[in-house]
Write a protein of this length. Structure first.
Ligand code: ADP
Ligand code: MG
Length: 319
């Protein structure tokens, strides 16, 4: 591996925005935007936990940005910049680095962000650790919080749920499926960075689905002091996910407990139904009403016949 400074110069300097001062200074310099709040989010990704050590470095890079951009999208923020912390094993190759940098570049170009700094250290083991902090902008005082859900609000999700969780099962060889979109979604999550900012003024509360649908609506409910009823038959799932959960019933709970979808779950007043339908058309994105907010402080999953499903598996927790 090349030395630390050559590495930064060769692979990361080409990704730097003006505010990053060519990655030659001690810090970046960003002028705050008038009338905007700075929205900040960080995620750490570790090989063996969030991705496989031998995954394509281009995908690892995209995912590292995607999981962060998804937090900003859920807050209604437009992404602007990021800083990148890396802890890399000595054995990492220049091919790995160049593919990793290409992945970052693709994501940057797609959503209009730039790299403004970071830190690079040697990992004492074979583990790769990637820490990304993203900075976005939202109209002052308008960030969509977890805490804004009101009793009677509708609950919506974007996209299809469960693709990534079943994609991980495919990646692990636990199930087989002809549908490449499963693995695709696990490896390359799609981020709602264009739709997210349009939810300001529409959504009352919002989060991204990283821990699982029930866990993430649970986070909104806890922050808002309310509960939720989610209708299982209304959760949008693809034909292949439907087929797999039929063939492998032991995994069917992943529909509500599987993480990594990076879709948005949000609540909105009933008066917003038309606006949400318009957004769905404008962005050519599935937005599905899956339940409503209740005053009882629990999250219930309701079957077609009205019975409550007992759901011990709520979502992914690290500890
Ligand atoms: P310090 O000694 O203060 O930690 P460094 O020598 O690590 O500074 O970093 C030098 C410059 O390179 C800084 O501008 C820093 O932001 C940038 N940098 C270091 N690592 C990365 C990285 N992984 N991605 C982007 N920029 C980086
Ligand atoms: Mg440093």
């Amino acid at each position: 591996m090349v030395g630390e400074f050559d590495l930064i110069k060769q692979y990361f300097k080409p990704l730097a925005g003006d505010e990053g001062l060519s990655l030659l200074d001690d810090a970046a310099c960003v002028s705050p935007e008038a009338g905007k709040d700075l929205i900040i989010s960080k995620d750490v990704l570790v090989s063996g936990v969030h991705f496989f050590r031998d995954d394509d470095p281009c995908d690892i890079a995209k995912k590292s940005l995607a999981v962060n951009l998804s937090d900003l999208a859920a807050k209604g923020a437009v992404p602007r910049y990021y800083v990148l912390g890396l802890s890399l094993p000595q054995t990492i190759s220049s091919d790995w680095l160049s593919s990793f940098a290409n992945g970052l570049k693709d994501m940057q170009d797609a959503c209009g962000i730039s790299l403004i700094g970071g830190d690079t250290t040697k990992s004492p083991t074979d583990t790769i650790t990637i820490s990304v902090t993203v900075f976005g902008a939202a109209k002052r005082g308008r960030m969509i919080k977890r805490s804004g859900a009101k009793v009677g609000d509708d609950i919506y999700v974007t996209g299809h749920i469960g693709l990534a969780a079943f994609g991980l099962l495919v990646r692990q060889g636990k199930v087989s499926s002809d549908d490449r979109s499963l693995l695709e979604r696990y490896l390359r999550p799609q981020v709602r960075y264009e739709l997210g900012p349009k939810l300001i003024g529409v959504a009352s509360a919002s989060a991204d689905i990283s821990d699982g649908l029930l866990a993430d609506i649970g986070h909104i409910c806890a922050a808002s002091g309310v509960g939720a009823k989610i209708s299982l038959p209304d959760i949008p799932i693809s034909e292949s996910v439907k087929a797999i959960s039929k063939s492998y019933p032991k995994y069917s709970s992943l529909l509500w407990s599987g993480g990594d979808d990076y879709e948005i779950i949000f609540t909105a007043n009933r008066t917003m139904r038309q606006a949400i339908s318009n957004l769905s058309n404008d962005f050519n994105t599935l937005i599905t009403r899956v339940g409503h907010i209740t005053s009882e402080k629990s999250v219930l999953l309701i079957q077609e016949n009205g019975d409550v499903i007992d759901t011990p598996e709520k979502g992914y927790m690290h500890f």
